[in-house]
Write a protein that binds this ligand. Sequence first.
Ligand SMILES: [Zn+2]
Ligand SMILES: [Zn+2]
Length: 72
Amino acid sequence: MSNRELHCDTCEGVRPFEVPPCADGHDPDCPELVCTGCGTALLVAAFTLPAAGLAGEGRRPASRPRSRPDAA
Ligand SMILES: [Zn+2]
Ligand SMILES: [Zn+2]
């Protein structure tokens, strides 16, 4: 079983998420999960890499107001 219960912003509640069919060969380690309620895909790489907090910023994007335009 590779289902996980996570909060879905689209469903506005906790839903069971499952690993989608992966074309990249990640198998059960695929960082993607799909909401079984609405089909929204989430990237949840953080849950397999608990110590990688400084390298990526995919933990809680909703808690940080994004006011900088991407002017690179
Ligand atoms: Zn994958
Ligand atoms: Zn959902």
